[in-house]
Design a protein around this ligand. Structure first.
Ligand code: KG4
Ligand code: ZN
Length: 355
């Protein structure tokens, strides 16, 4: 058994090696291929390829997504290495998204990561995508020393999770969505309004020009820490059907008002749940992460919530909100600290519970 002094030394050694370790992070769970190189918690370079083909279909088409990852992954790796100013021989470990996500998309990233780790002879770190969104707060250029514990809300295209976060490696889901994810609600409403995919950023942009009090859309009556967004979506659909039953077309001003009102409704559901959970658990810090944390209305409302209660607020910079290789590489750094290595014969996990 180690003495506390030895343990301290081991931890210090761990920290030193983390600071010098160069980790590659490969993200391919949905429609973005993103690869980053990290030294310790510092971003050396990140490169991504976004797939535009899905906008034609109003949502991600899994078959097209995996084919595009296949085409993009080598140039994306070359871009990340070039930006980082390093070569493959400098890489000490490879982290990749093992799941959850689209199976065909995960297969491309995981097969690539495993082959690369095998050929370079470096350790491999399989990463949980939803944990990685939370880990993004520990990037050296994200938040300075996130306060622990914190109540964190992950809002993305596929998930909505409320988590009690004790550290970058210890977290527990206390609430989730019963139907659509928050990002999905934004994307579906955008589709009804004829806006391009992904709809979230479009709704955000148009909401800034509209009146958030113009229309009242149904907010669900969900008790506890779980969420529901299907009622909001149906309420917008009914409103549009009624308003345009005579075949008339929506004016620009009406679309802006619908976007502002929907965004207001979704944000108030999210912030209400975050506030209640943080109060219930006596938290002094709150955080948001995932693609929808790029939403300007949500960022503002969460900042105001923090001010109201005197809580620390952690919101990642935009480059770490939507899917990114950096959060995967950083998760790999923490896994390496604990020597949690993956195997070369491991298959991706399209479904993978967080706890
Ligand atoms: O985390 P992410 O990049 O991918 C998943 O893991 O799903 O999240 C993508 C989601 C999409 O639904 C997109 O519409 C939404 O994040 N999103 C936004 C904004 N930027 C991205 N939603 C609202 N406002 C935004 N500014
Ligand atoms: Zn994500």
């Amino acid at each position: 058994m180690m003495s506390s002094g030895q343990q301290q030394n081991a931890e210090n050694d761990g920290l030193v090696s983390m600071a010098n370790r160069v980790m590659l992070g490969i993200e391919s769970s949905c429609d973005d291929t993103s690869i980053a190189v990290l030294k310790g918690r510092e971003l050396m370079g990140q490169f991504a390829a976004v797939q535009h083909i899905h906008s034609k279909y109003g949502g991600v088409v899994p078959e097209f997504a995996s084919r595009a990852h296949q085409a993009h992954i080598v140039p994306v790796l070359e871009g990340a290495l070039k930006e980082a100013g390093c070569v493959l021989g400098d890489i000490d470990g490879i982290a990749y998204t093992r799941g959850p996500g689209l199976h065909g998309s995960l297969l491309v990233g995981s097969a690539f990561a495993r082959s690369l780790a095998w050929s370079l002879g470096v350790p491999l770190y399989p990463v949980h995508h939803m944990r990685a969104h939370v880990v993004a707060h520990w990037m050296a250029d994200a938040t300075l020393n996130p306060r622990q514990p914190m109540m964190a809300l992950t809002v993305s295209g596929g998930h909505t999770q409320l988590l009690e976060v004790l550290s970058p490696t210890q977290m527990q889901v206390i609430g989730t969505t019963m139907d659509d994810a928050a990002g999905e609600a934004f994307d579906k409403v955008a589709k009804m309004l004829g806006l391009p995919y992904p709809g979230g950023p479009e709704v955000d942009r148009l909401a800034a020009l509209g009146n958030p009090k113009a229309f009242a859309f149904t907010a669900p009556k969900m008790t506890g820490h779980n969420f529901s967004f299907s009622g909001v979506k149906t309420s917008v659909l009914r409103f549009l059907e009624k308003t345009f039953s005579d075949g008339s077309e929506a004016s620009e001003a009406l679309i802006q008002d619908v976007c502002a009102s929907v965004q207001q409704t979704i944000v108030s559901i999210l912030v209400g749940k975050l506030e209640a959970a943080a109060l219930e658990r006596g938290m002094k810090a709150i955080a948001i992460q995932g693609g929808v944390s790029a939403n300007s209305g949500l960022r503002k409302a969460v900042e105001e919530l923090g001010q109201k209660h005197g809580w620390d607020v952690h919101i990642p910079p935009f480059r770490y909100c939507t899917d990114n290789g950096a959060m995967i590489a950083l998760s790999g750094q923490y896994a390496a600290e604990k020597s949690v290595e993956g195997r070369l014969d491991e298959a991706p996990l399209a479904r993978w519970p967080l706890t």
